[in-house]
Design a protein around this ligand. Structure first.
Ligand code: GLC
Ligand code: MG
Length: 531
């Protein structure tokens, strides 16, 4: 096998990405909402954790109906988060520490307060009239077809001024841009340029599978598997509203543009799709995303067989030039430690950080945070507000980080925008940093070991034994061979392995060579002897 030259082994292949959900990371001005200054203040904590890049959730001027995913002005910073000067300071401060900065890019929709939409809706003679997806009412009146919003209700809203409906995959306050209008692509390229020129190292591209809808506006067919109690949006198969093949054109344009900059800038795509559909987002010839986010670990049953099959399926389908990546949590999903419990959350972290490919961590998972219950009068998430009590609420996974002891947990001196979970010596970062048995200390050890190991950052993945309780695989690079054994059950199990135990999700107890007993809920990394 021919080895890639080392300069091809770029930062985003060996690095670990850390998602900063800005509103809940660190507040510095006492308004209860995290800000860019707060990120600067905590950069050293991220260096100590051992990550390589931060991805910042949107900080652009926004009415915050969807907490920044409704952009009013793509090239300005919302005052709640700071200003352009602070942003530029943040980029410099991060780069001084060898941390890369990835920002959110939201091409599918804007806020209804964006100048483009205000012009587009103003009248039919406006030059921006076609920048959004407008249609006449259906012949008998009412919306043009049966498409539904992801957040509940119809995806069409009537605009009395224009006498037409506009399409919105998400909130009515988030009209979809019309990517069949070439000037939209040009305008969005200017947005990319603006931030690239300010030194960002790449973009996480939001909701990319929503970029186009069927031009003929055909109705989505009913989902035969839909049952009462399932989300309303799943009542129809979204064959005409997501993952249309036209999407790959603009993605290739974005890629070409980003690649025209030096220093390995990166494009990450957010698309919740089955594996075979997802792989198309790499592009046929390195002309798609560097990393189309792989979310499948978040939805696959937590059993050794299911996880082993997922990894094999993913590795097998990956295009020859495609670099893998894995995700265990984000601001849209229930927290890892709530989904799997505290013990298996550590095992999952070991899985994430020892699989082949780039891992993305979600802030707070390194502290073992769990979903925080949100009382009905504290709900902020528009999805939950639209469809209360149906389990869509994303607030529980978005609560502020506890940094130190005290009422605001060191997050804020004011009233936090969402309540913090318990702030105790078990949870806050300062106490965890001083306790070798804490989740944070475990993450630091794991990340430090990963950084030191070529087998983990660039080695082969070799599937191993799968039992009812455990999942094993090897990672190998030249003469470095590691075996990872993860016990997904609560019962101990003995596995064959001739090697040295280098890391455990729990206490590192030296164990007999040749065979190793893995405790229930334990994951271990062994260095194998011999070739
Ligand atoms: C993405 C974001 C989510 C947002 C949605 C609409 O899925 O992660 O938070 O609500 O896009 O922009
Ligand atoms: Mg769209």
């Amino acid at each position: 096998m021919v080895e890639a030259p080392d300069d091809d082994f770029v930062w985003w292949k060996h690095g670990v990405i850390y998602q900063v959900y800005l509103r809940s990371f660190q507040d510095t001005d006492g308004d209860g909402i995290g800000d860019l200054e707060g990120v600067i203040r905590r950069l050293d904590a991220l260096v100590a954790l051992g990550v390589d890049a931060i991805w910042l959730s949107p900080f652009y001027a926004s009415p915050m109906k969807d907490f920044g995913y409704d952009v009013r002005d793509h090239v300005s910073v919302d005052p709640v988060f700071g200003d352009l000067e602070v942003f530029e300071r943040l980029v410099r401060a991060a780069h001084r520490r060898s941390l890369k900065v990835i920002v959110d890019f939201i091409p599918n929709h804007t806020s209804d307060q964006h100048l483009w939409f205000r012009e587009s809706r103003s009248d039919l003679s406006n030059p921006r009239r076609d920048w959004y997806v407008w249609r006449d009412p259906a012949p008998g009146g009412g919306p043009p077809n049966n498409w539904r919003s992801e957040f509940g209700g119809p995806a069409w809203t009537f605009d009395p001024g224009r006498g037409q409906y506009y399409y919105h995959a998400f909130l009515r306050d988030q009209p979809d841009l019309n990517w069949r209008e070439p000037r939209v692509a040009q305008a969005m390229e200017h947005v990319l340029r603006f931030w690239l020129d300010r030194g960002v190292d790449g973009f996480r591209v939001d909701a990319i599978h929503h970029l186009f809808e069927d031009a003929a506006l055909r109705d989505n067919p009913p989902n035969p598997d839909w049952r009462e109690g399932m989300p309303e949006a799943e009542r129809w198969l979204r064959i005409h509203t997501i993952d249309q093949s036209e999407v790959h054109g603009p993605v290739a344009e974005m890629r070409r543009f980003v690649d025209s900059y030096e220093d390995g800038r990166i494009l990450i795509g957010e698309a919740y799709l089955p594996l075979d559909r997802l792989m198309a987002y790499y592009g046929p010839a390195q002309d798609g995303f560097h990393l189309p986010f792989n979310f499948h670990l978040m939805s696959t049953p937590w059993t050794p067989r299911a996880i082993a099959d997922l990894v094999s399926a993913y590795e097998t389908r990956l295009p020859a030039h495609g670099w893998p990546n894995w995700v265990l949590g984000n601001h849209d999903r229930s927290r890892l430690a709530s989904r799997l419990g505290p013990t298996q959350a550590r095992v999952a972290a070991m899985l994430l950080l020892t699989l082949r490919g780039t891992p993305t961590l979600y802030q707070g998972d390194e502290l073992g945070l769990t979903d925080v219950p949100i009382a009905p009068d504290q709900v902020r998430d528009p999805w939950e507000l639209n469809l209360p009590g149906q389990g869509h609420g994303r607030d529980p996974a978005r609560t502020p980080l506890p940094w130190t002891a005290g009422p605001g947990g060191g997050f804020t001196t004011g009233t936090p925008w969402l309540p913090l979970g318990p702030v105790g010596p078990e949870t806050h970062a300062e106490a965890q940093a001083a306790d070798q048995t804490s989740v944070l200390a475990f993450y630091r050890r794991l990340l430090a070991f990963r950084r030191s190991s070529s087998a983990l950052t660039r080695g082969d993945y070799r599937p191993g034994e799968v039992t009812a309780r455990t999942l094993s695989y090897d990672r190998c690079w030249r003469d470095e061979r590691l075996r990872i054994v993860l016990n997904l059950s609560a019962e101990p199990e003995t596995v064959a392995a001739d090697g040295d135990l280098v890391l455990s999700t729990g206490r590192l107890i030296p164990r007999r060579m040749g065979r190793i007993s893995v405790r229930g809920g334990e994951g271990v990394i062994l260095r194998l002897a011999g070739p």
